[in-house]
Design a protein around this ligand. Structure first.
Ligand SMILES: [Mg+2]
Length: 454
């Protein structure tokens, strides 16, 4: 039996969903993320040399997909990269590619809590976050090793990276590579057409809503759906949608006709391909009930954050990393139970030591110094066993940053965003479409601290 692969933050009855909207890149069409991030990384380096006179030597910096994960925060002022827990407390931090100690973090930030809405902080949570963070970390190292801190400040470095990343999109530098060699970058998903047809038999209607332009969308969909079957499967394909603006603005639709001509469109959308538009007009032209629409995307900010704030649609988030993370969680169980049993031993020693000290403070009972020292040694010995187990457990995920969804025992800031804005989430779209269209997805009861036996 297949394992449950759709996770629920807020209960959802698929029977009540009549329209399913799909983002294209990294949702309907899957990418080989490592190949795509590496191509982006190389393109960014080249643009830094060509447009910002960065030393040619930086072209030698190699891409390492394991150096970063999604959901990190850049401190533009200091040039550090941070991983936060759900409350915005720094739990992991790097200066360049070197981990920082707790003491260093304290020295810089005082309290380790940061306000992410401050301009100096930049959240990197898109699919280009790994190339961006990886290059940023390496360039901080590079300039530090050159003693050339005057060449760029961390903030300038961050801005330059942001601009060249934007340029690679605007000028479609990596997209051109995808168009030339789709097999290098795209993963063909078997079973997608049958799964969509199954939902359509239950009366569900599908649409594509993507920021990609018409030419790119058409090429990728033709590649993924033989014989242009996507034109039959999807009632409306909306390209160049400018999400998240699509969800809160009031822009008009243009219909893209068969001959490529554009036509102003201010009436109910017919089956076909459109450009631009907005959620408000989409819903009102077609007289849709917002609560009957489910939208699936992979980008917290672009796809679901504004959608959740401005529209009544139901949201689903694809988190590609989750597939591996769930698998590794199972492998990590062996370490987790060992850590738990050692922690229990530690608690026993801790209580004995506290009792000893309390008796002296409260009752004047002197203790043998050697006894106290032995207990402290026992305590330290247990720590020496626990620490390598934690490292082994963490290395199962990512040796630099650990899990995307957690920091130690706590939820990561990224996981917190997922919980707030995604009603359901899953490693890939097909996990959702493999379910019966009559499934009732129920959110589990999440215990509060006072409900857990300590
Ligand atoms: Mg996408």
């Amino acid at each position: 039996m297949n394992k449950k692969r759709v996770y629920v933050n807020r209960s959802l009855d698929l029977k009540k969903i009549k329209y399913i909207g799909l983002d294209m890149d990294h949702t309907l069409v899957r990418y080989d993320s490592e190949a795509f991030e590496e191509a982006t990384f190389e393109a960014m380096k080249t643009l830094l040399v060509e447009r910002y006179d960065y030393p040619k030597e930086i072209l030698k910096i190699e891409f390492d997909f394991q150096k970063a994960i999604r959901g990190l925060i850049v401190d533009r002022e200091m040039g550090f990269i941070l991983k936060l827990n759900r409350h915005g407390t720094i739990r992991e931090s790097y200066r360049g590619t070197k981990p920082m100690t707790y003491k260093e973090v304290k020295q810089v930030y005082g309290s380790s809590y940061i306000d992410i809405s401050e301009k100096r902080f930049l959240a990197v949570d898109t699919h280009f976050s790994i190339s961006f963070a990886c290059l940023f970390m390496n360039l901080v190292d590079y300039f530090q090793s050159q003693g050339n801190s005057g060449f760029v400040t961390p903030a300038e470095l961050c801005d330059h990276l942001w601009v060249v990343l934007d340029d690679t999109h605007r000028e479609s530098i990596v997209k051109k590579m995808v168009l030339e060699d789709p097999a290098r970058f795209l993963i063909k998903e078997t079973g997608m057409i049958e799964a969509i047809k199954k939902f359509k038999k239950h009366g569900k209607r599908f649409f594509v809503l993507t920021n990609s332009d018409y030419k790119y969308t058409e090429t990728l969909l033709n590649y993924s759906f033989p014989n242009q079957e996507w034109k039959e499967l999807f009632d409306w394909t909306i390209v160049s949608a400018k999400k998240p603006r699509f969800f809160y603005d009031d822009l008009d639709f243009l219909k893209i006709n068969e001959n490529g001509s554009l036509e102003n469109w201010q009436k109910p959308l017919e089956k076909g391909i459109y450009q631009g538009g907005c959620a408000k007009k989409f819903v009102s032209y077609l007289d849709l009930d917002e609560s009957s629409i489910l939208y699936v995307g992979d980008h917290i900010y672009g796809d679901i954050l504004r959608l959740k704030k401005d529209c009544g649609w139901t949201t689903a988030l694809v988190i590609e990393e989750l597939g591996q993370e769930v698998e590794m969680n199972e492998k990590a169980q062996v370490y987790a139970s060992e850590i738990k049993s050692l922690m229990n031993e530690k608690i026993v020693v801790e209580k004995k030591l506290d009792e000893l000290i309390c008796k002296k403070i409260e009752g004047g009972v002197e203790y043998d110094d050697q006894t106290r020292q032995d207990m402290i040694e026992e305590f330290k010995a247990l720590d020496r066993k626990i620490i390598p187990l934690i490292t082994k457990q963490r290395n199962l995920f990512n040796s630099s940053w650990g899990e995307v969804m957690r920091v130690g025992l706590e939820e990561s800031y990224f996981a917190h965003q997922v919980e707030r804005f995604a009603d359901i989430y899953m490693p890939k779209l097909l996990d959702l479409l493999c379910l019966s269209p009559r499934t009732y997805l129920r959110s589990p009861k999440k215990p509060l601290s006072h409900e857990i036996d300590s």
